[in-house]
Design a protein around this ligand. Sequence first.
Ligand SMILES: Cc1ncc(COP(=O)(O)O)c(C=O)c1O
Length: 388
Amino acid sequence: MKYDFEFFDHPLARGKSDSIKWRQYSEDIIPLWIADMDFRACEEITDALVRRAREGCYGYAADSESAIQAMIDYHREHYEIEIAPEWVLPQPGVVTSLNLFCKLLHELRPAASDVFIGEPMYHHFMSAAELQRIRERKIDLQMQGAPLPPLETLDPKGAGGWMFCNPANPLGYTWRENELRDVLTFCHTNNLLLASDEIHGGLVLDAPHAYKPMLSVTQTDAERASVLSFIAPSKTWNVPGLGCAFAIVPDPELRHRFHRSYDQIVPCVNLFGWVGAEAAYRYGEPWRLGVLAYLRRNRDLMEQTAAQWRLPLCRLEATYLAFMDCTELLPYLNNETPAAFFLRHGVAVHDGDIFGKPGWVRINLATQTALLKQAFERMGNAIAALPR
Ligand SMILES: Cc1ncc(COP(=O)(O)O)c(C=O)c1O
């Protein structure tokens, strides 16, 4: 199968399937909100799922050693990191792991459980802290250039952890090795547990193998002992509906505590999750490289369009989620948010408010270029009609 522009240009009949993205709004709305792609899946994944479905056996699935090995091999080959099989705790999703991390902080560090979160940030970081009853320590991220403030300005007193997003959603930023080292050193020095959500690792647009796992910058067992990494094939190969992710926890005691906190509460990965993950890691590289090329084209279109609209955009180095500053439109919107304004004109985008940036919008670019152009035309006409 050739994963070229023609392949990704082919629309899916998503409206007819049980898709959150396509069912949330009426049919006349173009949905560019939740992080889910509109592309046909990698054929190698579909073939593996169909083969397994045809076996006609849907009993309890054992954790798949071969899928775990495929994930380990993929990370060694592309990101030069050696993950030991015993470090791996299968998870049904990364949001589950984020919540479990906060729950663990609450249990392990009752007197000092605050968690650092750089904002703007994927909203389930903040909701996990809130749901698990720990306090967020907000770090204001810069929207252009290096996002973090000097770390010596952060006060670690009363804090027990940091939830980090590598690469960052919604900033679209690919962290440099020295920045990862700085965060790691800050956490290690101040005895903070560091959870690194790396679900977007496979989606670095310009340099497909430039993502650096947080664990790859650790140098000692002691540094590794403070890190939990959450990875998944779900964003990269667009298989979030299959529900397969991994918490990588090198420290045996921490791993034991983490596992005990959810054992018999959180369900195992289902058998199709295993099959999809293994096929993605073993055979999905051509599809991934193809989708990155397509996303680069959509990003270029987004950049040209935002420049025409005279609205600032974060530089999208990774992910397919563009983050655009619409605060300049606010005086003309009669108290409507930019997201509500665009929805009224036929395009659903995510409101930046939920990520900690009111007045901004997050736009999902992972759709057919033709549909994206149609959405941009609607948004552009709406902007042009404002008395700016
Ligand atoms: C940074 C980040 N983490 C986690 C998730 C969701 O993970 P899951 O579907 O595995 O719970 C997303 C989805 O967009 C995300 O952007």
